[in-house]
Design a protein. Structure first.
Length: 339
C-alpha cells in the first residue's frame, strides 16, 4: 500500500489566536493519514500548550521557535520535514473545505504542473469575495523601466463567480494555500528568507517560471481567510511585525535588488496598504456624521502607531538575535519513507 502523497506545512501569518480553530478545521476536512507539520513562531504560553496538546491528539509534527518567525523562515523550517512528493503550504488563518487537498493533488497529476492553488476567498462585510484565483506575474520593461507587473485577475469578484471559473494555468499564486512539487521547491532553492513580510509569493512565482515550471489554479478547491481577530497582546505583536514598515521596506528592497528592478514606483501603493492595515481603521471615510469620528480614530491610531510599532519591532529584533533555532517539540508517527 502506497504512502501519502502530500505533507501539509502550516505557518503563522498575522495572529497566534487563529491556530486552534484552523487546525481543528484542517483535521476535520483532511484525511488522517496526511502528515501535518505545524511551525509555531513565538506563540504565548496558552497557545503553545494548546498546540502541544493538538500535536499529540492529532499526530502532528510540531516545530517551536521562541521568537516571531517570518513566514518564509517558517516555511523553510517545515520543509525540512517533508518526505513526500508534494507539499501543501497553509497559513494559520486559512480555513480549508471538504475535498480541498484531493482536488489540488489531482490537478498536479492531470497537468504535470509544478504548483497549484485553490480559489482563495476573503471576507468582505458579512459575505465573501474572491481574493486570489490566478493572474499574471512577470518582469517587464527595458533596463531603465524594468519592473514587476502583477495582475490578480479576479480579486473582488463575488463568491458566486467561482462557479464560472475553470482549471487554468496561471503565473500569479499567493501563499495562503499552495501545493508544490517538493523537488521543484528544492530545485529553486526554497523560500527566500530575506523576504520577511512582502513579495514572498511574487518571488516564488518568478523563480518557478524562470526554471520553466507551470502553475495552475484549481476552482474545484476553495479555501477562505477571515479578517484578523486580535484577541491578546501577543496577536498585536505578531500582526504589527507582519505589516510593519521595517519588515516591509526591507523585504521590498531585497526583492528589487534581487530581480534588478529600476521602476519601483508601485511599491508605495503597497506600503500605503500596509499602513492602513496597521491602523485597524478603514482607509476610506464613511458617509455622514460618522466621518468626524473616523478622522479622530484614524488620527489617534496614527499617533499610537508612530510610538508603538517601532518599539515592538526593536523588541522583536532583540529576541530574534538571541533566540535559538526552531526545534522539534513533537514528532508525528512515520507515515512516509524519506525521499
Amino acid at each position: 500500500m502506497s504512502g501519502p502523497t502530500t505533507t501539509i506545512v502550516v505557518v503563522p501569518r498575522e495572529t497566534h489566536s487563529a491556530w486552534p480553530g484552523m487546525l481543528e478545521r484542517l483535521r476535520e476536512h483532511t484525511e488522517p493519514s496526511v502528515p501535518v507539520v505545524v511551525v509555531d513562531g513565538g506563540s504565548p504560553p496558552s497557545i503553545r500548550r494548546r498546540l502541544e496538546r493538538l500535536a499529540v491528539e492529532n499526530d502532528f509534527t510540531l516545530i517551536r521557535s521562541e521568537r516571531v518567525l517570518a513566514s518564509n523562515e517558517a516555511r523553510n523550517a517545515g520543509m525540512r520535514h517533508v518526505h513526500t512528493e508534494f507539499v501543501a503550504f497553509l497559513d494559520n488563518d486559512t480555513l480549508v473545505s471538504p475535498g480541498w487537498l484531493p482536488a489540488l493533488e489531482q490537478c498536479l497529476r492531470d497537468t504535470g504542473g509544478a504548483l497549484v492553488s485553490p480559489v482563495v476567498l476573503s471576507q468582505r462585510g458579512a459575505g465573501w469575495v474572491i481574493h486570489d484565483a490566478g493572474g499574471l506575474a512577470r518582469i517587464v520593461g527595458d533596463t531603465a523601466t524594468r519592473r514587476l507587473e502583477e495582475l490578480n485577475a479576479h480579486m473582488g469578484e463575488p463568491e458566486t463567480a467561482v462557479a464560472r471559473l475553470t482549471r487554468a494555468p496561471t503565473e500569479f499564486q499567493e501563499l495562503h494555500c499552495l501545493v508544490v512539487r517538493a523537488e521543484v521547491l528544492r530545485e529553486i532553492g526554497g523560500f527566500d528568507e530575506g523576504l520577511l513580510a512582502g513579495r514572498e509569493y511574487s518571488d516564488l512565482n518568478l523563480l518557478a517560471a524562470a526554471a520553466g515550471h507551470v502553475g495552475w489554479v484549481e476552482p474545484a478547491a476553495v479555501v477562505r481567510f477571515a479578517r484578523a481577530r486580535l484577541r491578546r497582546p501577543s496577536d498585536y505583536a505578531l500582526y504589527l511585525a507582519r505589516w510593519s514598515d521595517e519588515w516591509g521596506r526591507a523585504s521590498y528592497a531585497h526583492f528589487n535588488e534581487k530581480w534588478d528592478l529600476h521602476d519601483t514606483s508601485g511599491d508605495e501603493w503597497y506600503f500605503a496598504g500596509r499602513f492602513d492595515l496597521r491602523l485597524l481603521c478603514p482607509p476610506r471615510p464613511p458617509e455622514g456624521r460618522r466621518r468626524t469620528a473616523w478622522r479622530l480614530r484614524r488620527r489617534l491610531h496614527r499617533a499610537v502607531d508612530r510610538v508603538v510599532t517601532p518599539r515592538v519591532m526593536r523588541a522583536h529584533e532583540r529576541r530574534r538575535a538571541m533566540a535559538a533555532p526552531p526545534r522539534v517539540t513533537h514528532v508525528a508517527s512515520a507515515r512516509a519513507a524519506p525521499a
